[in-house]
Design a protein around this ligand. Structure first.
Ligand code: NAP
Length: 305
């Protein structure tokens, strides 16, 4: 069996497009498989202020289309197709997708992931207008304002601590009366004068008028519902990588992230992982770009050595 491609990149987000850019510029025949539209999480991000080189910020959809233009300019194919599984057949890696099957020398997995959603009214409506899943990205929009963080794990407390440096006050809304986060983060949060806690509460609705201005909270002990004023709702109730299609082929950790080393190599030769789907990813745009570049360079070395 012959390979149709040198590199198949699974996922057209920042990591995948960066990998494709470096692969195609190294004269590797490259295709990016994307199930919806290129851009990944940045496609749903209104304004990006923390990506180096854009002092005035850049709109997520604009950056997405620039990245796509850049990779196609150098000859990478971008195909809308949803990957269902991969197989290893000797030196050939086979990517099975809904529309087609792609035979390739290497695979770069850049399928990203999604933040778990609360699934309450107003969450979707106010996404990017007060509701956020990324404090590092959006915290600065809430300078000296009151914000709410939902969740009690490491991410909620870590990001809550980050927000406490920027905002006026951070209220953590947690469904139980104790945190799941590591003790050291808990100690920092409890001793932080700008952090407050609403124990045994859930957010039942996000409300506002164009922008978030309050949430409807439910006290799980008493059943009482109250409105709570806030301008930002940062939701940290877990994250799930898009990796179900890799099960039984590529080693995943307990959270479903692909295990890869510092060269983005998985334990399967010629198969790489980069961006948010990778274990220990910092889940930032800039780090996803760096991951993608490293994955492409590793693929290049594998093919040429
Ligand atoms: P996590 O540890 O699974 O915590 C999720 C939190 O959300 C839990 O407190 C959970 O409540 C709550 N939750 C889940 N579903 C909910 C719902 N529907 N409504 C309200 N609350 C809900 O997830 P994570 O914090 O994203 O962390 C993921 C992994 O990354 C962990 O392994 C973590 O250690 C790691 N991480 C580490 C750091 C760090 O070390 N600095 C930072 C970020 C992430 P319950 O507690 O009641 O289940």
């Amino acid at each position: 069996m012959k390979a149709d491609y040198d590199v198949v990149v699974i996922g057209g987000g920042a990591a995948g497009l960066s990998a494709a850019l470096y692969a195609v510029r190294a004269k590797l025949k490259t295709v990016v498989l994307e199930r919806f539209a290129c851009g990944g999480q940045i496609l749903n991000t209104a304004e990006i202020e923390n990506y180096p080189g854009f002092p005035e910020g850049i709109l997520g959809p604009d950056l997405s289309s620039l990245l796509e233009k850049q990779v196609t300019r150098f000859g990478a194919e971008v195909v809308l197709d949803e990957v269902e599984g991969i197989q290893i057949e000797g030196d050939i890696r086979v990517v099975k997708a809904l529309e087609n099957t792609y035979r390739t020398k290497t695979i770069i997995i850049a399928s990203g992931g999604e933040h778990n959603k609360l699934g309450v009214p107003g969450e979707e409506e106010f996404a990017g207008r007060g509701v956020s899943y990324c404090a590092t990205c959006d915290g600065n929009f809430f300078a000296d304002q009151d914000v709410v963080v939902v969740g009690g794990g490491d991410a909620a407390i870590d990001e809550g601590l980050y927000l406490s440096r920027i905002t006026k006050k951070v209220t953590v809304v947690h469904r139980r009366d104790q945190l799941r986060a590591s003790k050291i983060l808990q100690e920092r949060a409890f001793s932080n004068p700008k952090m407050d806690f609403k124990w045994s509460h859930t957010v039942e609705e996000v409300r506002g008028n164009g922008q978030v201005d309050r949430v409807l909270l439910k006290n799980l002990r008493t059943g009482e519902r109250t409105e709570f004023g806030t301008y930002g709702v940062f939701i940290y109730i877990g994250f799930h990588p898009n990796s179900a299609f890799l099960r039984d082929v590529v080693p995943l950790d307990n959270g479903g992230h692909v295990q890869a080393n510092i060269r983005m190599e998985t334990s399967i030769p010629g198969v790489y992982a980069c961006g948010d789907v990778r274990q220990y990813s910092d889940r930032q745009l800039a780090t996803a770009v760096g991951d993608g570049v490293t994955a492409a360079l590793s693929a290049y070395n594998y093919i040429t050595e």
